[in-house]
Write a protein of this length. Sequence first.
Lengths: 357, 276
Amino acid sequence: MVTAVRAWPRPAGRAPAVLGILCTAVGAAFVASLAVGAFPIGIGRIVEILADMAVPGNASGSFDQDAAVLLSIRLPRAVLAVCTGAGLGMAGAVMQGLFRNPLADPAVIGVSSGAALGAAIAIVGVSLLPTAFRVAGGFLLPGAAFTSAVITTALVYRAGRQDGASGMHSMLLAGIAFNAIAFAGVGTLSFIASDEQLRNLSFWSLGSLGQASRDLVMTSSIAAAVGALLLWRLAPALNALALGAAEAAHLGVDVRGLERRAVLLVALVVGALVAATGVISFVGLVAPHIVRLACGPDHRIVLPGAALFGAALMLAADAVARTVAAPAELPVGVLTTAVGAPFFLGLLLRARRASGL
Amino acid sequence: MRGVLLAACLTLAVTHASAAPPARVVSVGGAVTEMVYALGAGTALVGADSTSIHPSEAGRLPRVGYMRQLSAEGVLSLKPALVLATAEAGPPAVLEQIRGAGVRLERLHVRHSPEAVRENIRTIADALGRGTAGDALLQRFDADWRATRTRIAGLPTRPRVLFVMAHGGAPMVGGRDTAADAMLELAGAANAASGITGYKPLTAEAALAAAPDVILVTDQALEAGGIDALLQRPGLALTPAGRAKRVATMDAVLLLGFGPRLPQAVDELATKVRAW
C-alpha cells in the first residue's frame, strides 16, 4: 500500500497510556482467572505448579489433581478467553471501520449465522451419521461451524460485490438476506431436532469457554492470533477509508482489495473462535466503541485497543461465569452482555455530559 | 454441615468397610440419583444435577447445573471419588476433563426399557460397592415388574393417549422415540401421536386428527394452568378427550424418569388412562 497512507501522523495524546493500561488489565485479569475457580487451589500451590511445569523433569511421579485442574482446565480456558476477546474485539473494530458504521459487527457479513447453521447441522445431523464417524466427533461441531461460517461469508461477499467502487452497501443487504436464510435453516433443523439436540443447540448459541478441549483451544487460538495480526495491518488503510471510499482511493488505497482481505480475515478469525466457543455476543460491538471513546478514531490504536479490551472483558466475564453459580456454571455469552452493556451505557452517558448535550 | 457429612461418610465406611464404597459421589441425571438413594447410598452423595429432584433429600444437595452443561471445575470442587452420569450428560470435553483429573466416571444407559433400568441398577450398585443392596433392589424390581406386566396383560382396553408437555410456552406432544411413548406402550395404551417423532409443537389440526381418548399431562404442567386452561387450547377442546374432559396427570419424574420406580410408574399410568 502507498506511502501517503503510511505517513499519517503518529498517534498522540492519551493513546499510549490507554494501551498501557489495557495491557496491564489483560495481564492482571489473566493471573486472576488462573487464581479463581470453583475448585480451591491456594496461590502458593499455583505458583508451585507453574514453576514445576516451567522446569522440565522436575514433576513428581505421583498424580496431582491440583495440577490437572490448573493445567488442563483453567489454563486452556484463560488462553481461549484472551484469544476470543481479542479476536472478536479486533474483528468488530475492522467491521465498523469497513462499513463506516458504528453498529457493524462480524454478524453483518454472515459469520455468526453461518456458524450457527453449521453447528445446527452438526448437532442435529450427527445422529444420521454412521457410528464410526461419531467416535471422532470432537472436531465435528467446530469443523462444521467454521466451514459454514466461511462459506456463508464468501456467499455474502460474492452476492454483495459490485463492479466499480465500494460494494459495502450491497454487501450489507446481502448479509441481511443470508442471515435470514441461515436462521431459516437453523429453525428448520430445530424443528427436526430431538429434545436433547434442541437443548444442545440453545446452549451453543449462548456461548461457553468450558466445552473446549486442549486441542481445540490450540487450533482456534493459533488461527485467531495469526488472523488478528494480519487484521492489524489493515489499520492505515481503514484510516483512509474513514474519509470516504473515493477519498481513500485517491490516497492510493486499493479499496476493493481492502474489502476482500478484511472480510476474508474476519470470517477466518471469528469462524475459528465461534467454532470453539459458540456465539458470544456484544464483545465485538462494544470493545471498539469503548476504545474510540477513550482515545479517538485512529484505527492504529482502536484495533489493538479493542483486542486488549475484548481480552480483558472475556477473562473477567469467564471468571465470573465459572465462580458465581459454582459448582454449576453460567453461559459466558450472557455475562459478556451483562458486564459489557452497562459499562458501555455509562461511557455513553459520560461522553454526552462532557459534550454538554 | 461438613462435620455431619463427614460423620455420615465415616458411618458408611465403617458399616461397609469390606466393600470400600466411594465416600464422595456426584450423580448426574434424575433417575441415577434416584437409584443411588434406592440403594441406600444417598449419604455418599455430595452433589447432583438440576434434574435430580426425587427423592426430596436430593434437592438439598449442591447443584452442579444442568446435566448437559456441566462445569469440570465445579464438579471437581466437590472432590468426588466417583461421578455417576447418564449417557445424556455433557459436554463431552467436560466429562473428559473430569476423567483426566483422576476421577472415576461411570456412564449409564438412557434407553427407555425395563432392561436398561435393570442394567443401570447393576452398574450403579457395583460402582458404589453395594452388590448386596443391588441384588435386593433388583429382586424387588423384578417382582414388581412381573406383577405390573401380568395386570396390564389382563386389561381389556387399549385407549389412545396424547401426551402433552406444557412447561410454559407452546405445548409439545410426545411422538415416537420419546420416554412418554415408551411408557404408553408399557402401560398397554396407544400413543395418539405415533405419526410424529420426538417432541413437536402441538397444532390444533394435528390434535384433532390424533383423536385421543385421553390427554396425559404432568402434575408440574397443570400447576402452571389447570385442566380448564389446557382444554381451552384450540384443537384439544374438540378431541374426544377434550369433549369428555378426560385428562390424566402424573408426576413428571415418575412418568418420564425410567428410574427404580418404573413398575409403579407403569402401573399408575395404566390405571390413570383407564379411569373413565
